[in-house]
Design a protein around this ligand. Sequence first.
Ligand code: AMP
Length: 597
Amino acid sequence: MRFAELAAAYERLEATASRLEMRHQLAELLRPLRDGDLERALYLSQGLLRPEYEGVELGVADSLARRAVATASGAPEPEVARRTKASGDLGTTAQELLGAVARLPGDEPLSVAAVYAALRGIAAAEGEGSQEAKVRALVGLLARASPQEAKFLLRFVLGTLRVGVREMTILDALNEAFADGSKASRAAIEGAFNLSSDLGLVATRLAGDGVGALATIGLEVGRPIRPMLAEREPTLAKVLERMGGRAALEYKYDGLRVQAHVAHDGTVRLFSRRLEAIGPQFPELLTELPKAIRRAPAIVEGECVPIDPDTDEILPFQDVARRRGRKHDLARVQAEVPVCLFLFDVLLDGGTAVYGRDFPERRRRLEQLLRPTERVRLAAQKVVDGVGPAGAFLDEAIAAGGEGVMAKSLREGSAYRAGARGYWWIKYKRDYTVGLGDSIDGVVVGAFHGRGRRAGRFGAFLLAVYDPKRDRFESFTKVGSGFDDAALAEMPEKLARFASEAPPDGVDTGVVPDRWFRPAVVLEVRGAELTLSPVHRAALGAVREGAGLALRFPRFTGRVRSDKGPTEATTSHELLEMYRKQVRQATPDADGDAERS
Ligand code: AMP
C-alpha cells in the first residue's frame, strides 16, 4: 500500500464528523489490506507503532521535528518556528514549505511499509547520537514525501494526529470490512480485542481466517487483558439488592490498579489500568511476585497502595503517585514509600485460563495460588447477606485506609468481563470527604512496635480523646506518620513512667497495642477526615450503634502538648462536633476511565 493512500484517507477522515461515515471510510480503507499492511495501517491510524501496552514511543521532541522540517525544505529554522506558531501545527508548516520546493523527479513513492520501518527505526534509536539519527531518518522520509504525506507524518511523529478514530469505531469498521456486520460478529471482535488489547492481531486474524478464528485468540502472559469495570450504587441496600441479597464485599483500596503477569521463568510484567507497562516503577513487586505466586504462568490483578514501612498502615494514594513516571531516585522513593499489592482476582492460574469461571471459583483459586508476602497480599473480603454486616465491613474497610467497598457478585455468570462495566462489580464509597482543618490533641494510651527502619523502637501510638461525662479515655486513632527520628527517640522516655501491664483503668478501645500506657502524654495530630470505626470507641454509638469515631490518615504535627494534662485533651464531644461539621457532599467520583483506578 502506498503511504499516499493512507494520507488521503486521513484527510477525508479529518473532514468527517459522523461516526457512521467514518466507519464506512475506514472499512473501505482496510478492506483490501491483509497481514502486515493491515496491521501497520491500524496502528498508524491510532497514532501508534505497536499496541499501546508495548509502550513503543518515537521520542522526537518538537525542536527535533522542526529541525527536520527546516533541513528537508531548506527553510531557516526561525521561519519554520514562526509559521508553526501562527498555524499551531508543524504538519501544516511542513506541507506548505515542502509544497514550495521543487522535488527530484523519479523518486519512488513511499510505501506504508517503508514509512513504518523508518518510524520503528526512529523509535529504536537510543543513547549517544540518537537525536541526530532521529533527525536524519525523519529528513530522509520528508525528502521523499509529498506535501500531504509530510503533513500527516509530522502529526504522527508529534502525537497530534487528529484523525480521531477511536477503538470502538475501528471495531465497527472491522466488522463492516471483514465480517457480516451483525451484532454477533461485532461482539466476537470486541471480545477478542478485550482479551488481547491488540487491534492489529484481531484485524489480521479476522481478515485472514474469518470471525470463527477469533476464538483462537486467548489470554497470553505478557499481553494485558482489558480490565473489568464496576458500576456504582448510592446505598449499601441498593448494592445488596442488585446482587440478590448476598455478595462478597472487599476493601476498596485507593491506589493504582495493577495487572501482574508472572511468566514461567519468573519474569514479571505489570500493567496499569490503561495497560501501560509500569513494571520499572515497582522493582520490589517484580522480585516479590514470583515468590508470592505458587503456580506460574499466572495473571493476577490487584490494587497497589503505599504502606507506611514503620507501622504497616495504608497511606494516602498521593504517596504512590510520586512513584509514577519516575526514573531517577527510584531506590530512595522505594525505601520511603514502599507499596503493597492487594490481589483481588486471578485470570490465568498456572497456565489455565480462568477468567471465564464464576467469581467464587476465582477467589478460591486466588487464595490457593497466593503465598502472601510483605508486598503481595490478598484483598480483605467478607461474604455478607444484609445491610448490617455490610455497614460494619464498610467501617472496617475505611478504618483500615480503604476508600469504601467493592461488592462482587457470587452468582452464576460472574465471570471476569474484560473491558466491560457492569453490575457484577459495584463500588460504594462514603458520600463525604473533607479535610479536617482543626488539629486534635490525643492522649497516648498505647504503642506499637516499629518495623522496618523503626525496628526495636515504637513505630506508632494509640491515641484517645477524653469524655468528661464518663471520665473515660476513648481511642480514636493509631498514629505513626509525622514523627522524625528525634521525636520518636524521645517517646519511650516520656512514656516510661506511665507504662502499664494491663489495659489501664479508664481506657476504652477495641485495639490491642503492644504496650499500654496510662493516659498522660498528649500529642497534637491532624488527619484527613473523621470516619466511623468498628474498633475505636470515641463517641461510641453517637452516630451509629456499635461504631466509634476514628481519624483517618493521622499525622503527628510535631507538637507534644506538655502544656496539657490528659483531661485537657480534645473531648469526645468535640470530636463528634467535628464529625458533624464535615460537609456532606456528593462523591467526587470521576468517570471510571480516569487513570487513577
Ligand atoms: P473506580 O475507579 O472508582 O471506578 O473503582 C474501581 C477501581 O477500584 C478498580 O479499577 C480498582 O483499581 C479499584 N479497586 C480497589 N480495590 C478493589 C477490589 N477489592 N476489587 C476490585 N477493584 C478494586
